[in-house]
Structures are given as C-alpha cells and as structure tokens.
Design a protein around this ligand. Structure first.
Ligand SMILES: N[C@@H](CCC(=O)N[C@@H](CS)C(=O)NCC(=O)O)C(=O)O
Length: 201
C-alpha cells in the first residue's frame, strides 16, 4: 500500500516528511485534514495520532507521529547508509542524531514560540491555562500506553524512558499530579538504581 502522509497543508510539519519521501523517490499520498471540520478529532484519526496533530504517516503496519521520528524511521527503512548514516559508523550516526534532535528539540521549539509571540495578542501569550491545555494533549499520547504497560515501549525499559523521565518532572503539576498512569510511571523510574545513582530526581 502507498505511504499515507496526513497533513493540514503542504507547509506544516509534514513538509520535512514529504521532502524526504521525494528525495528517496518513494511514492506517497497526501491525506489533507481540516482542523476546522474536526477531521483531526475523529476516532479514526485519533487511533493513528492520539494527540490529533499532524504529521502522521501510515506505511503498511507502521503508524507513526512526530516528524523527526518519522524521518529517522523512513530514512533508515528506505535509505540506510545514504540519507541516514549507518549505525556502525558511530561518529557520523551520532552527529546525524544530534542534528535530527536539535532541529525539533531546540530550534523549532524556540521558533514556534517566537511565531506564537509575534502573532498572538499580549493577553493570550503563554498562560497556565495554555500549558495545562498542551499537557492534556501530551496525556492523550502517554496515558493509554502507561495504563497498560510499565514503560513506553512494550519491550520494556529503554532510552526513551530516560528521555521522557527526565523531561516530565518539569511539568509535574500538569502531567504527574492527579494522573495515576504517569505518576506510577515516574515512581517506577525514580526507583531505578541507575536514576538514583545519577541523582536525576
Ligand atoms: N513536534 C511535532 C509537532 C506536531 C504539531 O504540533 N503539528 C501541528 C501542525 S505543524 C498541528 O498538528 N497542529 C494542530 C493543533 O495543534 O491542533 C512534530 O514535529 O511532528
């Protein structure tokens, strides 16, 4: 089946996925969603992307959201050693991973905030309500998984838990407090000997 790329427009965060697919000459189909029509709130779409955001990619049985994760996965799958350095080239792969994460984790975070500040009236700038609302969206992704398993991957503890576990406490009141699935998850992580030795919490 042709790869399905869910987006709202050509210039949203689906742009990098589309660009990569074009570079790799992999056929794909754009699936345009209209936020105002509720397309991103349907049960069908939420089953692909619980947070109701774009991009989402469906590549046969692979369903993925988060643009950097999509690009890492597709480049490894279809262009390993060409557009994605091989894992055994440790230094190059590390450099690649660094820039992949930096692009969304540091650069785009700030650019998105700047965009919000420039286009949002003063009274609507980041408020506790906004943070709370965003955290409710994160919970839609995390809670169903952490309600049924101990760690974010079904295979068990992984580096992804280290990343999530280090970031989540920054929004303790919104994500952990009064939220049993994430509270229990954090409890498990905090009890790990390595986390205690590293003085993370
Ligand atoms: N970090 C995510 C961000 C996803 C995201 O926020 N996408 C925007 C469009 S560019 C969206 O879906 N907005 C709809 C909304 O916030 O309701 C990624 O890189 O995929």
């Amino acid at each position: 089946m042709t790869i399905q790329l869910y987006c709202m427009a050509l210039q949203d965060r689906s742009d990098r996925v589309r660009w990569l697919l074009e570079e790799m000459k992999i056929p794909y189909e754009n699936r345009f969603l209209k936020k105002d029509s509720g397309d991103m709130d349907t049960l069908e779409y939420r089953s692909l992307n619980p947070q109701g955001r774009v991009p989402t990619v469906v590549d046969n049985d692979l369903v993925l959201f988060e643009s950097a994760a999509i690009c890492i996965t597709l480049a490894d799958k279809y262009s390993y050693g060409i557009l994605a350095p091989k894992l055994d080239d440790t230094k190059l792969r590390a450099e690649y991973t660094k820039w992949m994460v930096y692009s969304v984790g540091s650069l785009e975070c700030v650019i998105a905030r700047m965009f919000t500040h420039v286009n949002t009236p003063q009274e609507k700038l980041i408020t506790h309500e906004y943070v709370q609302q965003q955290c409710e969206i994160f919970k839609l992704a995390l809670n169903p998984i952490l309600s049924k398993q101990d760690y974010i991957l079904s295979s068990g503890f992984s580096t992804a838990d280290i990343m999530l576990g280090a970031v989540i406490p920054g929004a303790h009141d919104y994500l952990v407090k009064n939220n049993p699935p994430i509270a229990a998850y954090m409890d498990r992580l905090m009890k790990r000997e390595a986390a205690i030795n590293a003085n993370v919490f």
